[in-house]
Ligand binder design. Structure first.
Ligand SMILES: Nc1ncnc2c1ncn2[C@@H]1O[C@H](COP(=O)(O)OP(=O)(O)O)[C@@H](O)[C@H]1O
Ligand SMILES: [Mg+2]
Length: 267
């Protein structure tokens, strides 16, 4: 049985990151600073899957956007493979809650978009397309347009479009939150299967404790604003994961413990 990530190299370092936004405070046009992140630090190993939980509005997306390079921290730094993150790059691929597909492109055109953009050779494009469309289970839907797909299938296409670029890290911001419960379960299983095959490093935001436990090697819980990391736990379930673990005592115990930390933040 394969254990947790084999590689022992650090992929991502977040070091004492602070972030504030200017916001309108009230009447007139007064502007104040809203501190969203405070002294966030973490280190993510290559191939590791980190689940990030926290109450709504605590800064999870802000943190992910900083790692993606969409936002800059006010203080502290973010290093990816030892280099400071300054701009977005395909090596740190982002997946959002709703699949952002081009509506005028077919599934295939959407998935190969990045490779075409990179002027990759046609033979390589076809080979990789076959590989990744199969990986996400969308074979046969090549010529469908996004509006002809279910939400889950759209998310599969978005996932293939990200994976085909062979990113070194996937940043996933509640990617399954908009899906119905059954589809969400299927997507979790799909992601588990993919993580066995290609072992990507993943930062996975979710508000669903169970989802975090199913997918992650390690879970970090953030406080309410300003977001700090208040709890960290290593998920002990072996890989490949088996969804039957959901019924186990250990799973329920961890879920309850995390729920306590989250609940305290809602008060
Ligand atoms: N660009 C922005 N300008 C001002 N405030 C923002 C901006 N982005 C996020 N915020 C605020 O920062 C806080 C954290 O937001 P966010 O990171 O989206 O939280 P989460 O993803 O945990 O729900 C919220 O109060 C939100 O309103
Ligand atoms: Mg968010």
């Amino acid at each position: 049985m394969k254990g947790p990530p084999m590689e022992n190299k650090t992929a991502l370092v977040i070091d004492k990151v602070d972030k504030s936004f200017s916001v309108k405070t009230g009447k007139k046009s007064e502007v104040g600073l809203l501190q969203v992140l405070r002294a966030i630090s973490m280190s993510v190993m290559e191939g590791e899957i980190i689940g990030l939980l926290g109450p709504s509005g605590c800064g999870k997306s802000t943190l992910l956007n900083i790692v993606a390079g969409f936002e800059q921290p006010d203080k502290g730094e973010v290093l990816f493979q030892g280099e400071p993150v300054v701009i977005p790059a395909p090596e740190r691929s982002v997946l959002f809650q709703s699949a952002v597909l081009f509506p005028w492109f077919t599934v295939k055109e959407n998935i190969v978009y990045g490779l075409r953009n990179r002027r990759e050779n046609q033979g390589i494009i076809e080979k990789k397309y076959c590989q990744y469309v199969q990986l996400v289970g969308l074979k046969g839907f090549d010529n469908y347009y996004p509006n002809q797909l279910s939400g889950g299938m759209q998310q599969r296409a978005a996932l293939a479009r990200a994976l085909i670029m062979e990113p070194r890290m996937l940043l996933m911001d509640e990617p399954f939150a908009a899906l119905d419960a059954q589809t969400r379960m299927l997507m979790q299983q799909l992601l588990l299967g993919i993580s066995e095959q290609i072992k990507p490093t993943i930062l996975f935001i979710t508000h669903d404790i169970e989802e975090a436990l199913i997918l992650s090697d390690r879970i970090l819980v953030m406080s309410k604003l300003p977001g700090k990391i208040i709890y960290e736990v290593t998920v002990p379930f072996s890989r490949p994961r088996d969804l039957s673990m959901i019924g186990s005592y250990g799973f329920a115990k961890m879920k309850d413990e995390i729920r306590q930390y989250l609940f305290d933040q809602l008060l």
